[in-house]
Design a binder for this molecule. Structure first.
Ligand code: NAP
Length: 250
């Protein structure tokens, strides 16, 4: 199925690893030009190398902190200057952050997760939406989590940030529904990426929590993100779409 993204421009935050890398590759496979942002250059270089190996759309990289409004604006400016506009964005950069019961959490630890995972999505949309409105319109997908719908012990900063992403997504979606910018959220179950660490026993336990009996792969999230960003998803506005191997159906 042609998703209609050929020659369009997409922006992906946290594109040097895991889900962000898979999303960038999936956009490129559709012929889109992709602006990649992340904290470090190396991961983005590897994503670019994989894009070129696949012989797909062009890429440009920018070191950018998701917690910086100025960095998001620089990323949007890069998309406009290099590729002529911005049609799609995936606000994906995120951290797990401090894990502790509420009474033991440090305020700085809580604040840091909110800054990257929730304010980062706000700063992203704040910069991306005007560029889309100036152009042909567009679509934004914010990466939430199953933990944007249910709780998880000892991770209240992360859980709060992801619940916030869902609310922010719905509100923004209402604001721009008639203006040509669609906003949606995707809720991954546990996905095999570096964010989960390398303790095999812990990973096996996480996998067992999914009715499907395994964790997801980044590509299984990327497929959904790129579809939601495409004109094929024209009726999809303000949704929270889980891709979680049945986790939330329990
Ligand atoms: P990942 O492999 O760790 O990738 C996250 C990327 O974001 C990394 O390259 C990371 O850089 C970057 N990043 C971290 N803080 C940043 C900041 N302040 N500014 C810019 N980039 C930053 O993790 P992932 O699993 O792909 O996670 C991507 C998104 O999916 C996150 O929002 C996460 O919460 C969400 N998610 C993941 C899962 C899962 O099970 N994997 C489930 C649900 C939702 P560094 O490596 O240098 O920190």
């Amino acid at each position: 199925m042609d998703l209609g993204l050929n020659g369009k421009t997409a922006l992906v935050t946290g594109a040097g690893s895991g889900i962000g890398r898979a999303v960038a590759l999936a956009f490129a496979a559709e012929g889109a030009n992709v602006v990649l942002t992340d904290l470090k250059q190396e991961g983005m270089d590897e994503t670019l190398r994989l894009m070129r190996q696949a012989g797909s759309g062009e890429g440009a990289t920018l070191i950018a902190d998701a917690g910086s409004p100025e960095d998001h604006q620089r990323a949007v400016d890069l998309a406009v200057e290099r590729f002529g506009g911005l049609h799609a964005a995936c606000n994906n950069a995120g951290i797990g952050g401090e894990t502790n019961p509420v009474a033991d959490l440090s305020p700085e630890g809580f604040r840091k997760v909110i800054e990257v995972n929730l304010l980062g999505v706000f700063y992203g949309m704040h910069a991306q939406i005007p560029a889309m409105l100036r152009g042909e319109g567009g679509a934004i997908v914010n990466i939430a989590s199953i933990l944007g719908q249910v709780g998880w012990e000892n991770s209240s900063p992360y859980v709060s940030s992801k619940h916030g992403v869902v609310g922010l997504t719905r509100s923004a979606a209402l604001e721009y529904a008639q203006k040509g910018v669609r906003v949606n959220a995707v809720g991954p179950g546990f996905i095999q990426t570096p964010i989960l660490g390398q303790d095999q026993a812990a990973l096996d336990h996480l996998a067992s929590l999914h009715p499907m009996g395994r964790m997801g792969q980044p590509e299984e999230i990327a497929n959904l993100v790129v579809f939601l960003c495409s004109p094929r998803a024209s009726l999809m506005i303000g949704g929270y779409y889980p891709a979680d191997g049945g986790y939330l159906a329990k």
